[in-house]
Design a protein around this ligand. Sequence first.
Ligand code: ARG
Length: 596
Amino acid sequence: MSSSILDILDGAVRAAFEDLGFPAEFGAVRESDRPDLAPFQCNGSMAAAGLLKKQGEKSNPREIAGRVVEKLQSHNAVAGLEIAGPGFINITPSEDLVADRANQLVSDERAGALKAEPKKIVIDYGGANVAKPMHVGHLRSAVIGEALKRLMRFRGHQVIGDVHLGDWGLQMGHLISELQEEQPDLIYFDKSVTDGFPETSPVTMDDMARLYPAASAKSKADPERLKLSQQATAELQSGRPGYRALLDHFIRISIEYLKNGYGELGVEFDLWKGEASVDPLITGMIEDLQKMGITEESDGALIIPVDESYDAEDRKGIPPVMLRARTGAVLYHTTDLATLIDRKVEINPDLILYVVDQRQALHFDQVFRAAVKAGWYQRDQLEHLGFGTVNGKDGKPFTTRDGGVLRLADLTKMMRDAAAKRLEESGIGQDFAVEERADIANKVGMAALKFADLQNQRTTNYVFDVDRFTAFEGKTGPYLLYAAVRMKSLLRRAAKNGITDGPIKITDKAEAQLLLSLDAFDRAVANAASKRAPHILCEHIYRLAQSFSRFYTECPILADQTPDDIKASRLSFTELALRQLILGLEIIGIDVPEHM
Ligand code: ARG
């Protein structure tokens, strides 16, 4: 695959600036702010004039722009150059360049997207907790993490997704102690038994969802009850066999349940590791850190200072990493550090991305500093990619009507139901069989949910609004699905009428505009990947759908009056647009139905 139209123009304009004795970067070309005038522009003349002025020379940006234009006048990549305002250069590519590029894109399976130099990347996302039902708070990490995983894979990287379950803290002690209160005779609580525990779990997911909140509520009200949970946690962490056997059941049952929940969102993990899985590394890790001399004792706890300016008195600066509490328990910092060792040994990644709520930013800053201090990683190998919260219309985190936690399963059902209602109202797919209708409603509902999430800048909060998300008009998932399905049905109709595709010819403004939209795919993919920003790709997909829609309205494709070679060209356009749209949607985790 060769360069995009923008890249070719960029190269030409840079060379012109250089020829005139200016730094090449003044010739940078970008998409125009006024696409009605020309698709591309270069603003370097102003900077060039600024430079001359600094050197005490006569400087006039329009005059410099004039000299650049003169240099480029006969270049075969440009059709039009205009100087506007104080010295902007508006650039229109030549028809030959556009048509050549179009035919390259048509024959490219990846619709123009190049690959990056491959890296090995771990993405830590999902982060659900064992024994707890999935709720709305788990949505964004799953959706954003999955999109980044697919995006990085599409760029050619080797990517390993790890769910990193929360399964090692006080919540496990709550569960164990509450189960003991309920069923004290279970063999797991008999200290004299050290192996041969039953294969089947004594609890179901529903049991756990009941036991955990009960224990947690009791512990809040009663310090003695809390002590039982803490005691159970400590014994679990120091390896009491009955408790370990229980934990294994909890984890297994939870994973079964979570696979379903994530599966409904189309989210799949390569690794189902968690905090508990790095327990065997912790003792050795703490010894190593102590030998390095980077740990300190503080009030009976073991810490790693990660900010020399931290003042324990007024708590200013970055607080230390807590390796071990005074009680002997290990903490969230400890398991994340041990996980970094595990990943180094097992995978040795170039990069680790953590897709976790923005509210955990300090936690990751501390962990990363400690890992760098220990010499395990370079700082630029570790990135926390935070995200904002999903809010209700009142601006507060989204809950159920009575203020309770909204389960993820209820949320996805809400989306499916809303999508089904929309489809019915719009009279779409009403003559399909029941199962197909349900499948379409599911795809529309999930597209609505995911696109509404991913189109936002990752770090901002957004308001959950089923009606807006499921609309077929506007910047929504359903609009994009509708666009893709329309292309599919057009291609089916063409095939039925024996019309085949052929070389692209640009005969209309809407075609040229569609081609320029298509040609921005590689840029969008590369930028979304390097900025870890799926919304950049969402923006591209949306613009592509809009350009196609305009093309579809203004350029009759299968109509009798359209000459055969133009029909063939427009079919190629449609195939290319569909291929690119599907690639883009796949990256953000959206499936396209056959019909709608
Ligand atoms: N289980 C954690 C939580 O619910 C999220 C885990 C994120 N990943 C990590 N490596 N700490 O907050």
